[in-house]
Design a protein around this ligand. Structure first.
Ligand code: UDP
Length: 326
């Protein structure tokens, strides 16, 4: 049985990847230090013989006994609010964590796929964003801790590929949403749905004219799966090109949830990208991949998930005290 290590296994994307690889018949080793992840996302896997879990911080040395065929590095805080609270950990998991996992891949002769992001494009001056755009990132801004960690991650991954001949894959993930997002992580999809379900007004930042392009999680997972098994080593954008302004998105959520709440405006966060839309020509050509689930269907499924949470979860302002992490 082939073995795969998935870091960030208890997180949003990591937990969906665990499900996919279990379904495909792999032995899955999940790893997470549970700063932003939640064991609830994978508790259904603990009873399985071909699932193991290690509570471990990948920015410290990683040891896995025996053979290892694949590594998927998905450990990282992913919400701008989290970067502000845990900036050092965000930098460490993208840099030291990636270094450790590349070292492990070299040792075990595993193929490794790392999760990069549209944030490598920063506040993009090219629209839509193609993989050969170098980006526009403020290194010392609040988002710099994430953006630069991910940019470093791509560099060190290519270096391990070039100099150590490690088999590497790089996915650049654009805004993804779906079940198991943290309700209070501050990102716009759970923020708006949570507000609507609690009967609060929806907080649009700035004038809401900034755009995002939202991809449903199942589509993203399919793209990642295809990329891992392709022979393409350069970065590939995976996302849904259907672009919308945040203001219009708030109206969509109001309609979808049937709430009579209003939109209220709050200050725009520093360095909030004005526009974001993936050019997915490369993914289409190389992976024969494109998104299948449109926003109305994806949001309906996501709403069902958030509705299934308990009242206690819905009203909890944040379920993690980050202060004890180094
Ligand atoms: N946003 C908003 N209200 C919120 C949360 C986010 O208007 O309550 C905006 C945010 O300013 C950004 C967009 O929604 O322009 C997407 O934010 P998110 O944090 O989800 O991710 P980003 O794409 O910025 O990394």
């Amino acid at each position: 049985m082939k073995k795969v290590l998935i870091t960030g296994a208890a997180g949003f994307l990591g937990s969906h990847l665990c499900d996919r690889f279990i379904k495909e018949g792999y032995h899955v080793i999940g790893m997470d230090n549970l700063i932003t992840g939640d064991l609830k996302n994978i508790e259904h896997l603990f009873k399985l013989k071909n699932f193991e879990f290690y509570d471990h911080d990948v920015s410290k040395f990683v040891h896995i006994p025996g053979n290892l065929d694949y590594i998927l590095h998905f450990a990282s805080p992913a919400s701008p609010i989290d970067y502000l609270k845990i900036p050092i950990q965000t930098l460490k998991v993208g840099s030291l964590g990636t270094h450790n996992l590349l070292g492990l891949a070299k040792e075990k002769k595993s193929r490794i796929l790392i999760a990069s992001t549209s944030e490598v494009y920063g506040d993009p001056l090219v629209h839509p964003q193609t993989e050969d755009y170098y980006g526009n990132v403020n290194t010392i801004g609040p988002r710099g801790v994430y953006d630069e960690a991910k940019r470093f991650q791509e560099s060190i991954t290519m270096a391990y590929h070039t100099y150590h001949k490690v088999e590497t894959r790089i996915v650049r993930i654009f805004n993804t949403y779906g079940p198991r997002m943290r309700l209070n992580d501050g990102r716009v999809v759970p923020a708006f749905i949570g507000q609507a379900l609690r009967g609060e007004d929806l907080t649009v930042f700035g004038e809401g004219l900034q755009t995002r392009s939202f991809c449903y999680v199942d589509d993203l997972i399919e793209g990642i799966y295809r990329l891992l098994f392709s022979d393409y080593v350069y970065p590939v954008n995976i996302g849904n090109p259907n672009e919308i302004t945040i203001k219009d998105f708030a109206e969509e959520i109001i309609k979808l949830t049937g709430t009579d709440q209003k939109v209220i405006y709050k200050p725009l966060p520093v360095n909030d990208p004005l526009q974001r839309q993936p050019d997915i020509t490369r993914a289409k050509e190389i992976l024969e991949w494109q998104p299948e689930i449109d926003r109305s269907e994806g949001m309906r499924r996501t709403l069902e998930y958030f509705k299934s949470l308990s009242q206690e979860e819905l009203y909890r302002s944040e379920h993690k005290d980050f202060s004890s992490y180094s």
